[in-house]
Design a protein. Structure first.
Ligand code: FE2
Length: 276
């Protein structure tokens, strides 16, 4: 997970880079375990099948953390098998539930790439680590901010998409914003200081949001499993279906994006393990 080298992704023929973001898969070592009553392996399988069907021209996958629920080798082996089978490069970040050393050892496959910078079609994608050991909330360290500055500074002519696990902008649910990203203002200022950052995407909040501020798209993406109720003061699961986000990065810096949810996927939350 510490590889800061960049990966050159072959440009799409039409000059549009098509990405799929999936996040917060919360996979357990034990296939029988459930998250608030949900079989997270089953929902990830269903989301991967939907991606296979609905995004045939995808160039790469972005997996933005909380991929595992328990940081176990078995959870990463399952994840690697599922994501590798989609046949496109996978770039991944750890979330607060992940165990980065175990993830580095066991989240492996032909298409899983440890690079934290991706260059393609006039774009650079920068993966920022926002996790803190043994904490639910996150922070982008001074070293990560420098990494962002250096990456952007090296390719000032490229448009930039920034990925991280925790919310770069509060989501409006007090309980999850308290466990969100410390130093949001500083990160925001660093991002805005670079005129070529076009978008920021994250997970953690298990719900969709999209704001356009200062000519930048700020986006959160649903989990591949349990969703959180938007606007709730206290923890509450939502009955919305699992999903993912598609992103089409155009050569002129425009981003077309949409959230896609599973159809016919019923879920009533039960008692169980907390998801955040
Ligand atoms: Fe999560």
């Amino acid at each position: 997970m510490n590889d800061t080298t960049s990966f050159h992704l072959e440009a799409a023929r039409d000059g549009i880079l098509r990405l799929v973001q999936l996040t917060d898969c919360h996979i357990f070592a034990d296939a029988e375990s459930r998250l608030l009553g949900m079989d997270t392996r089953d929902s990830l399988r269903a989301v991967c099948a939907a991606i296979e069907r609905e995004q045939p021209a995808r160039d790469a996958l972005l997996a933005t953390g909380d991929l595992s629920q328990d940081g176990s080798p078995a959870s990463y082996e399952f994840l690697a098998q599922q994501l590798d089978a989609l046949g496109t490069p996978v770039f991944a970040l750890a979330g607060n539930h992940d165990d980065p050393p175990t993830m580095a050892r066991h989240f492996r496959g032909d298409r899983i790439n440890p690079a934290r910078r991706v260059l393609s079609s006039g774009w650079q994608i920068v993966m920022l680590d926002s996790t803190l050991p043994d904490e639910v909330h996150g922070e982008v360290s001074a070293a990560e901010l420098e990494f962002l500055d250096a990456a952007v500074g090296e390719h000032p002519e490229r448009h930039v998409l920034v990925c991280l696990h925790h919310q770069a902008i509060d989501t409006g649910s007090r309980w999850i914003d308290r466990k969100g990203l410390r130093g949001q203002a500083e990160l925001g200022a660093r991002i805005r200081a670079h005129a070529n950052v076009r978008g920021v995407v994250w997970g953690h909040v298990h719900q969709e949001a999209h704001h356009r501020l200062d000519d930048i798209e700020w986006m959160s993406t649903p989990s591949t499993c349990v969703q959180f109720k938007p606007g709730s003061e206290d923890f509450a699961a939502d009955t919305a279906a699992p999903g993912y986000r598609s992103l089409a990065l155009h050569a002129d810096g425009r981003i077309d994006t949409a959230v896609h949810r599973l159809k016919n996927f019923g879920f009533e939350s039960g008692n169980g393990v907390r998801a955040v």
